[in-house]
Ligand binder design. Structure first.
Ligand SMILES: Cc1ncc(COP(=O)(O)O)c(C=O)c1O
Length: 466
């Protein structure tokens, strides 16, 4: 991936320590050692990060599409520092000031009656918690047999016990961890460019894929289906934006059959798609919404599963055993330092109109990508909503024949972008682009120029013209 030279002794020491002792996200240390990786970063500002040799890079996807406010926001660091000095953590059975304030803030800015937050350390934990809420909710409201969870092929919801079995992509190597969690059932992804059900327009694809969820519920029997979980715009296949019918239909089906609808806004939340939460594009309120990443622009680990009043009421506690508390305890739930950082981050998103920038600059970015598509036959499709964009590379634009895994196109693009001081990791031939929401048009132009050159070079390398 990213190759760099590290001049200082300290950085070489850190790099060696990483090779000898660190287990990084989905990377093997042997190939990293061979290519002089990992790059050790020391500083960041806006959309850029500096490595230990003093070289600045554009971090195209801002961490894991998660550094919404950009790097170097000392206000967030100060908020965390002040809280850490005063009270770094809290005694068992108590809370600390920033945590309930953050819960109230989320109740204010999320749609509908999503009013109660359970805090966690990240997106996978948020979804694990949401599934526990959904299962327990069904048990308590008289449906103990509802155990099936429907997710969509081509989705991602996390890396833990249940969540790793939701969604899925070829080449994910889940066979290492089998057998699967029981009750996992899969629906088609409403990706209009490759509609599994043959829909010819986004609307047709949306309606067919939403109907497929309904058919699955009917097939398995509503008395056995617990929840449907979906990202408003899915990332693994490169910003799969569904037609406008999809989410309202999903909502209607779940309401009709008493199935808990979980919207995974871990990527899309906090302005990524040009609205504070992506479900707002379609006027839908899920029963549980999960968030992480952008809630704190990744400055500290925090996420949440946010339930509607109706779902939360089943866990209110008190003399009625049907409403007993949710037995679910994580040591770092509601961490006050992370909560203080998140409150400051949300304040920045609001006062600096970064959601609005996501909408406007996202449109500009999408138009620029459409111009690239006119230039390069290898680009099959470009798509996106706000600053959540996707580019899909193909072998043949007419037939939409995909580039096989053997073309290794994701790694090739990553290397070409690295040659241009851009850190960008693509998943095979579907590229998701999600820069910090503070990005300017000038910075978008830089990324588009680098993509233009990288795609041209990869096309030639693969013998597919320009
Ligand atoms: C949609 C979605 N849900 C959940 C997760 C898991 O979040 P985390 O990596 O914070 O556990 C991710 C991670 O990228 C994600 O994209």
């Amino acid at each position: 991936m990213v190759t760099a030279t590290h001049s200082t002794e300290a950085s070489e020491d850190a790099r060696r320590a990483a090779i000898d002792h660190l287990w990084m996200n989905s990377r093997g240390w042997t190939e990293m050692a061979e290519s002089g990786e990992p790059n050790v970063l020391v500083e960041g500002s806006g959309v850029r990060v500096k490595d230990a040799s003093g070289k600045w890079w554009m971090d195209v996807n801002g961490g894991y599409m998660s550094v919404h406010a950009g790097y170097g926001r000392t206000e967030i660091a100060d908020a965390a520092y002040e809280q850490m000095k005063r009270l770094p953590y809290m005694a068992n059975t108590t809370t600390a000031e920033p945590t309930p304030k953050l819960a109230r803030k989320l109740a204010e800015i999320t749609p509908g009656n999503l009013t109660r937050s359970y805090f966690v350390s990240g997106g996978s934990e948020a979804n694990e918690s949401a599934l526990k809420m959904a299962r327990a909710f069904q048990q308590r409201t008289g449906y103990p047999g509802r155990h099936i969870v429907i997710s969509r092929r081509g989705s991602y919801h996390g890396a833990l016990g249940q969540t790793m079995w939701l969604g899925g992509l070829p080449g994910q190597h889940r066979e290492d961890y089998g057998p699967s969690y029981p009750g996992m059932v899969y629906a088609p992804q409403p990706l209009p460019y490759r509609c599994e059900l043959g829909g010819r327009t986004p609307s047709e694809c949306a309606a067919l894929c939403a109907e497929a969820v309904k058919s699955l519920i009917q097939f398995h029997g509503e008395e056995s289906v617990c929840a449907v979980i979906a990202e408003p715009v899915a990332s693994p296949l490169g910003a799969a934006v569904p037609g406008g019918e999809y989410w309202p239909m999903l909502r209607e089906t779940c309401t009709r059959y008493g199935v808990v609808l979980i919207a995974d806004e871990v990527v899309t939340g906090f302005g990524r798609t040009g609205k504070m939460f992506a479900v707002e594009h379609w006027g839908v309120t899920p029963d549980v919404m999960t968030v992480a990443k952008g809630i704190v622009s990744s400055y500290l680990p925090i996420g949440a599963a946010i339930a509607t009043e109706q779902v939360a009421q089943a866990f209110a506690g008190g003399p009625n055993s049907k409403n007993r508390q949710l037995n679910h305890t994580l040591t770092f739930s509601g961490h006050p330092v992370a909560a203080a950082a998140a409150l400051k981050n949300i304040e920045i998103l609001e006062t600096e109109n970064l959601v609005d920038n996501s909408e406007k600059t996202g449109k500009y970015f999408l138009e620029s990508l459409e111009e690239l598509k006119d230039k390069h036959d290898i680009i099959g499709d470009v798509r996106g909503l706000g600053l959540f964009l996707g580019v899909e590379l193909v072998k043949d634009r007419e037939t939409r024949e995909p580039l096989g895994q053997e073309a290794d196109v994701g790694a090739r693009i990553g290397q070409k972008m690295a040659d241009r001081a851009m850190i960008f990791r693509a998943y095979q031939s579907s590229m998701s682009i999600g820069p910090p929401l503070c990005i300017t048009r000038g910075e978008v132009d830089e990324i588009v120029r680098a993509l233009d050159e990288s795609i041209a070079e990869v096309s030639i390398d693969l013998g597919l013209g320009v």
